[in-house]
Design a protein around this ligand. Structure first.
Ligand code: ZN
Length: 160
């Protein structure tokens, strides 16, 4: 188990286009495992490799539902539909939350840690988490999409 320090904003590695993963080896498996351990330790629902200082196109998402942990290597959104607006945060911006509009549905093509391609679909909160993480791989931070920042009270209300 290896928990890595989170790169906090501002940092160049958070705002650059990440490199494609081309080698599916033990080093990649270790990176994904470290990302998972770090995400769980910090109670996150997703983590992108640049957030632990590695600018490659890999992300993990786990919203604690029946999908379990989703590992996305070289993910691409190939279809999207609808829209949803809701509160969002980011481990690279501790304590900061804001309303962000995202697609309600996404279809994503990606590879697993062995390089095997797969396609997955997601709706609602899972779709939101996936879009947030894929943005990270392009150096796009949620703060560039926030329409209104939320204080703690407003956040609790929106979480119901
Ligand atoms: Zn984030």
């Amino acid at each position: 188990m290896a928990i890595k320090p989170i790169v906090l904003h501002p940092a160049d590695v958070l705002e650059q286009e990440c490199e494609d993963v081309t080698v599916f080896d033990r080093k990649l498996s270790k990176l994904l495992k470290d990302m998972y351990d770090t995400m769980i330790e910090l109670d996150g629902v997703g983590l992108a490799a640049p957030q632990i200082g590695v600018p490659v196109r890999a992300a993990v998402v786990d919203i604690d539902d029946h999908h379990g942990t989703i590992e996305l290597v070289n993910p691409v959104i190939i279809e999207k539909r609808g829209s949803q607006t809701g509160p969002e945060g980011c481990l690279s911006f501790p304590g900061l939350f804001g309303e962000v509009e995202r697609s309600e549905y996404v279809k994503v093509q990606a590879q697993n840690r062995k390089g095997k391609p797969f396609v997955m679909e997601a709706n609602g909160f899972l779709a939101r988490a996936i879009q947030h993480e894929i943005d990270h791989l392009h150096g796009i931070l949620f703060t560039s999409k926030v329409t209104a920042y939320l204080n703690e009270e407003e956040l609790e209300e929106s979480e119901g």
